[in-house]
Design a binder for this molecule. Structure first.
Ligand SMILES: Cc1cc2nc3c(=O)[nH]c(=O)nc-3n(C[C@H](O)[C@H](O)[C@H](O)COP(=O)(O)OP(=O)(O)OC[C@H]3O[C@@H](n4cnc5c(N)ncnc54)[C@H](O)[C@@H]3O)c2cc1C
Length: 402
């Protein structure tokens, strides 16, 4: 049965997030973009209503249709993507833990990625490095086991990390057996106040400037054995199989996290695209040239028609991927398809919105130029558009296309 109707719970959550986005997030978007700072008061406010927190994540993850999270995220990013990312950034770390951690590790560390309304905490998911972004199999950050002390010693530099260096919990993907490339990696929790963790450069970015992105340096960082996600026994078995067979057939930890989070990243882009479309539609009805509203010029009306068609197509791909993620798994890279399509649609829709607003669209007086800058990151992080195409191409062909 195909049913596109959201259930009562989902409709309520959609409205609840939309109200927060409309009343709190959107009015603050311009200010925090200009300040290029993490909007902690707004994250705090999101925590106080339960939108920022592990219970919210758990609630959305328990939804058997898989749609609640993308529906909520679309609304949040409709408000503002920089602030939206500041609120969502910890979820990538939480998803990294939930994806491969033992139940005990999930219970211990996921709540610490958020803290509570009285004391907000942050999580960061650290995969990328200066020389390893798309090519996550060539990570250089090393984790070496110190058996005598049952500790892992981590050394390396992570690049482009959302909440990097300011997070309480860093989830770090490291090479433990570099000769096995992607098959020789493991993920570790680096608990709060661990010695040897420092922040490198904070990047000055094109968009989502309210979200903090920085390098994180790990210098002889020692974490207890229990911080290895999934546990030592499982890792040893995986490495032994990889050594025997050349590969295990298992996905790398980073890759599996990314695949399941892709529809949600698509939903972020979708929220921006919809914001731009709605704004441009209203503007086009008001703005007059040659004696009539510009929407009466077919060139503008058709642009808007194309925008909404593409936005709706992206949403259908996202909802399908979110549903498949919960009910039967991906077959042809549907998670990648949804993120690829939605991010490209967002870049195009925000550019069209600027065009529809003309000169005004190009200024900071109107939000569409910010939305255009914000949209662009979605074709880059969590796998570039080219990498999404690679995943889809490998899935449909069964071949190792490089
Ligand atoms: C604002 C921001 C936030 C981020 N947050 C995080 C985070 O929280 N955690 C984290 O781990 N990382 C994060 N990243 C890193 C992000 O995931 C990487 O930037 C991204 O994966 C691309 O890697 P790269 O920058 O090294 O580009 P490269 O991998 O060097 O790619 C450069 C170009 O080559 C193309 N390319 C590369 N390989 C291929 C191929 N095989 N076929 C075709 N084309 C190819 C790419 O598509 C791209 O166009 C963030 C990045 C930014 C900018």
């Amino acid at each position: 049965m195909v049913d596109f109707a959201l259930n009562e719970d989902q409709l309520q959550i959609q409205k609840w997030v939309h109200d927060f986005a409309e009343n709190v997030v959107r009015p603050a978007g311009h200010e925090w973009d200009e300040r290029e700072e993490m909007p902690m008061p707004i994250v705090q406010e999101a925590a106080s209503i339960g939108l920022y927190g592990w219970e919210f994540l758990l609630n959305t993850m328990q939804d058997p249709t898989g749609l609640t999270l993308p529906v909520a995220v679309e609304e949040l990013f409709w408000g503002d993507a920089g602030i939206g990312m500041a609120i969502m950034g910890s979820s990538l770390a939480a998803a990294g833990i939930a994806g491969i951690g033992t139940p005990e590790q999930v219970m211990e560390w996921v709540p610490q990625c958020y803290g509570d309304a009285n004391h907000v905490q942050l999580g960061a998911f650290c995969v990328s490095e200066p020389d390893a972004g798309s090519d996550v199999s060539s990570l250089r950050t090393r984790a070496v086991y110190d058996e005598a002390n049952d500790e892992w010693v981590i050394n390396g530099t992570k690049a482009w990390i959302t909440n990097g260096g300011i997070a309480d919990i860093h989830v770090v993907v490291c090479a433990v057996a570099p000769e096995l490339k992607g098959r020789g990696q493991a993920s570790f929790i680096v608990p709060p106040q661990t010695k040897g963790v420092s922040i490198g450069q904070k990047y000055k970015k094109h968009g989502i400037r309210a979200s903090h992105t920085a390098e994180v340096v790990f210098d002889d960082v020692r974490v207890p054995g229990r911080c290895l996600l999934g546990g030592k026994e499982k890792l040893d078995a995986k490495l032994a199989r990889a050594k025997e067979m050349g590969h295990t057939g298992e996905k790398q930890p980073a890759m599996s996290t990314f695949e399941t989070t892709r529809p949600t990243v698509g939903a972020q882009a979708l929220g921006i695209a919809r914001a731009a479309y709605e704004f441009a539609l209203e503007y086009a009805k008001e703005r007059k040239t040659f004696g009539k509203p510009i929407i009466m010029h077919q060139a503008i009306a058709f642009k808007l028609a194309n925008m909404i068609t593409e936005i709706d197509a992206a949403r259908l791909l996202i909802w399908r991927a979110a549903w498949l993620g919960k009910n039967g798994g991906f077959r042809n890279g549907e998670g990648s398809m949804s993120k690829y399509k939605a991010s490209e649609v967002a870049v195009r829709a925000t550019e069209d919105a600027i065009q529809i607003l003309g000169g005004y669209g190009y200024t900071r007086e109107y939000p569409v130029e910010r939305w255009h800058r914000d949209a662009k990151i979605h074709t880059i992080f969590e796998g570039t558009s080219e990498i999404q195409q690679l995943v889809i191409a490998r899935n449909i062909s069964g071949m190792r296309i490089e």
